[in-house]
Design a protein around this ligand. Structure first.
Ligand SMILES: NC(=O)C1=CN([C@@H]2O[C@H](COP(=O)(O)OP(=O)(O)OC[C@H]3O[C@@H](n4cnc5c(N)ncnc54)[C@H](OP(=O)(O)O)[C@@H]3O)[C@@H](O)[C@H]2O)C=CC1
Ligand SMILES: Cc1cn([C@H]2C[C@H](O)[C@@H](COP(=O)(O)OP(=O)(O)O[C@H]3O[C@@H](C)C(=O)[C@@H](O)[C@H]3O)O2)c(=O)[nH]c1=O
Length: 285
């Protein structure tokens, strides 16, 4: 097998991929942070593809600032759509399989049943819309892709909800957290494992997949579990979305059904609480 190029390598998922690849001794991964490989620079990308002729590209690069995206539509669209187009075009030219990550925010979140891959998308934020545009542009160029839609990513790396809660829990006497947005947290280490499994098994079951941890929770219950497992004492109050105004609207219900990933990719998926335990045990006390 040839090289595996990882774009956006210094982000949360990029660092988790490096962690899991080290653990599994997976050969061939080339980690490319933004300074070395900007997905908005077609000439730079062309040179990388010509040098490595990669078997796989893993695209971890994205614009992920959900609220800021409401004011920065153009830059969000450039990274989340145009950058993905640049990668897709080259993947088609070089016969490279593209592994791309998308989000539960492509859905409106107005339902109350776990979402399957074929459910109607209807993003309600700029971030969600530009991520959907990124999904759509891939299939204009290649059929040799895996799009993994995931949700509520956290890990010991980079910034995420778990690390924010632990910091706020130390700094404040009381926290107010939304309990009427339901979804499933995903330990980015588990997602990285799923991505490497697709490569190691040389799966050709191309298409869109949902991948989060198992179970359902609210941000409030997630925060409560973070504090319980880390033995952080802080008063936590459950509030409604309307009581926590944000620039971007988030889906009220974005639980994803993982039946397809389990059946076609052969991955076992831990419950969110089990994975949270692992992450907390790896974070400094
Ligand atoms: N975080 C979450 O909760 C969720 C994330 N996702 C998706 O998962 C994927 C990984 O997310 P995550 O690792 O958490 O995100 P991060 O924001 O931690 O990482 C994204 C990385 O992409 C880099 N980047 C931005 N623009 C470019 C560019 N033009 N060229 C190359 N690199 C660039 C960023 O660099 P810099 O920081 O320097 O700009 C950053 O290192 C993304 O596709 C995201 O949409 C899906 C669901 C939930
Ligand atoms: C910090 C904080 C957040 N919240 C709420 C706001 C929001 O609804 C929810 C999560 O807030 P955050 O800003 O941490 O996370 P957010 O940026 O909304 O997370 C999303 O990121 C993108 C990239 C995705 O793709 C999504 O799957 C999802 O993970 O928690 C509180 O209620 N109280 C608080 O003190």
């Amino acid at each position: 097998m040839g090289s595996i190029l990882v774009f956006g390598a210094s982000g949360q998922l990029g660092q988790c991929l490096a962690h899991v690849a080290r653990e599994r001794n997976t050969p061939g991964l080339v980690f490319l942070p933004e300074e070395q490989a900007n997905i908005l620079n077609p000439d730079g990308l062309q040179a990388l593809f010509a040098e490595y002729k990669p078997s796989y590209v893993i695209n971890c690069a994205a614009y992920t600032a959900v609220d800021k995206a409401e004011d920065e539509v153009e830059i969000a669209r450039k990274v989340n759509r145009d950058g993905v187009e640049n990668l897709s075009r080259l993947c088609a030219e070089y016969g490279t399989t593209l592994l791309h990550i998308s989000t539960d925010f492509v859905f409106a979140g107005t339902g109350n049943q776990p979402l399957v891959e074929t459910d109607e998308t209807a993003p309600i934020s700029v971030y969600g819309l530009t991520k959907l545009e990124g999904e759509q542009v891939i299939s204009e160029y290649t059929q040799q892709y895996f799009i993994l839609r995931t949700s509520w990513l956290y890990s010991e790396y980079a910034n995420n909800f778990v690390k924010t809660m632990l910091k706020l829990g130390r700094d404040r006497d009381e926290l107010r957290v939304i309990w009427d947005q339901l979804g499933t947290p995903t330990y980015a280490i588990d997602l990285a494992g799923c991505i490497l499994t697709i490569i190691e098994t040389q799966s050709q079951q191309y298409g869109i997949y949902h991948y989060s941890n198992e179970g359902v929770t609210s941000w409030y219950d997630f925060a409560a579990a973070i504090f319980e497992l880390s033995q952080t004492k802080v008063k936590t109050t459950a509030i409604r979305t309307a009581e926590y105004p944000t620039k971007a609207t988030r889906p009220a219900y974005s639980v994803m059904d993982k039946t397809k990933a389990k059946a076609q990719l052969g991955v076992a998926i831990p419950h969110w609480r089990e994975s949270l335990k692992v992450c907390i045990s790896r974070l400094p006390a």
